[in-house]
Design a binder for this molecule. Structure first.
Ligand SMILES: NC(=O)c1ccc[n+]([C@@H]2O[C@H](COP(=O)([O-])OP(=O)(O)OC[C@H]3O[C@@H](n4cnc5c(N)ncnc54)[C@H](O)[C@@H]3O)[C@@H](O)[C@H]2O)c1
Length: 367
């Protein structure tokens, strides 16, 4: 199969759809990878590395799209890319179509087949291509929180791990899923006092087993949330109700009870955020301050560590992409339920129930 990797054109998107090692795997299976020159630079990979691993470099996105049967990307196509997509082409990338009616229409009009990373689903309902980004955001949340605790950014001027004779900082994590667990790992590693709250008792039991006496687990009642936010130097929002907006566990009046200079890292901002005062920010301007609480609410945190994110993302997308390339789309759809779950559009039809519902379209089940 001819597989194309264009450069991402979204602002501040430095990830790329394949690392040189991915290219090597595809080419060793007999496929051709057409790689847009310079597409890997944001993640620290040179064109020479791609060529050495078997990629054919092409000068622009137009040629990548013209000559490829499957396009492997990171982010959804932007309007400038719509006209490059052609009938029958397969697009394999993050799409988040439920919130993007215009893109759905472009895919349907152009009869592009699309497989969205975020809807690839395993039989246990986990989403393998979303997990690595939550792992990254979770670990990064403590790193960012620690930075903005520094005095120069408006923080309390606290060193999370303390030093002999100086108390450690307090990290409270709301939500003990993938983001929360990964935040917990880093916060424990750095030597902070860590408290993690969840409404799922089994999740709390799991965290208690894994981290033992190095953390405190609490059921996420309103009273417990109020208790931990008063003590926290860093408060991490990592709650998710799948398919719904994040419950506002932190109300505006709560901020007055927090320590001046405490940092709220609201990772869940992409679903609306855990605090009434959270609003999405960007890597250009990641923080703002309300009632002396520093808010960090970057909606695409993994973009800050593009190289790590590219490696983490492509490590999981490679296996499904390779199955599609090796088996051909129809066989891959017939034989692999995670890939079938990933199918969002096919030959001008919307084949994902959630997307169809959100966009007011007719849902077409695959024959
Ligand atoms: N900002 C970013 O760049 C970025 C990156 C990755 C993920 N995220 C977001 O982070 C959030 C968490 O993702 P995840 O992968 O950890 O989800 P997850 O499903 O693995 O974990 C969510 C946890 O929240 C818990 N929860 C639900 N309601 C709660 C409540 N009222 N109080 C306390 N806990 C509650 C659940 O029991 C679950 O354990 C999501 O909104 C996700 O989209 C953001």
């Amino acid at each position: 199969m001819n597989i194309g990797v264009p450069k991402e054109i979204k602002k501040h998107e430095y990830r790329v759809g394949m690392t040189p090692h991915c290219v090597r795997t595809y080419t060793s299976h007999g496929h051709t990878v057409l790689f847009e020159a310079g597409a890997g630079l944001g993640s620290g990979y040179t064109d020479e590395e791609y060529e050495r691993n078997g990629a054919k470099l092409v000068p622009d996105a137009q040629q990548v799209f013209d000559r490829s049967e499957m396009i492997v990307k990171v982010k959804e196509p932007l309007p400038a890319e719509y006209e490059l997509m052609k009938e029958g082409q397969l697009l394999y990338t993050y799409l988040h179509l439920a919130a993007n009616r215009e893109l759905v229409q472009a895919l349907l009009d152009r009869k592009v087949t699309s497989i969205a990373y975020e809807t690839i689903e395993l039989p246990d309902h986990s989403l393998p291509c979303l997990t690595p980004m939550s792992e990254i955001a979770g670990r990064l949340s403590v790193q960012e929180g620690a930075k903005y605790l520094e005095k120069a950014y408006g923080g309390r001027g606290i060193l999370l791990g303390g030093v002999p004779g100086v108390p450690r900082g307090n990290v409270a994590i709301l939500g003990g899923g993938v983001v929360g667990t990964n935040a917990c790992k880093i916060a424990v590693g750095i030597g902070a006092n860590v408290t993690i709250l969840d409404v799922n008792a089994r999740r709390l039991a799991y965290l208690d087993d894994i981290f033992g006496s190095s953390i405190t687990t609490l059921y996420a009642t309103e009273a417990n949330v109020e208790f931990v936010l008063q003590e926290a130097d860093i408060l991490i929002g990592a709650v998710l109700l799948p398919g719904e907006s994040t419950p506002k566990l932190i109300r505006k009046e709560h901020l007055k009870r927090m320590k001046p200079g405490a940092v709220l890292v609201d990772v869940a901002i992409d679903q609306g955020g855990c605090a009434e005062t959270s609003r999405p920010t960007t890597h250009d301007q990641p923080i703002y301050i309300v009632d002396d609480v520093v808010h960090y609410c970057v909606a695409n945190m993994p973009g800050a560590v593009a190289r790590s994110s590219t490696i983490a993302l492509t490590s999981v997308t490679l296996s499904y992409g390779l199955l599609i390339a090796d088996l051909g789309l129809e066989n891959a759809l017939r034989n692999h339920s995670p890939i079938r779950a990933g199918l969002n559009t096919f030959q001008g039809m919307c084949t994902h129930q959630g997307v169809a519902r959100s966009c007011g379209l007719t849902y077409s089940r695959l024959p």
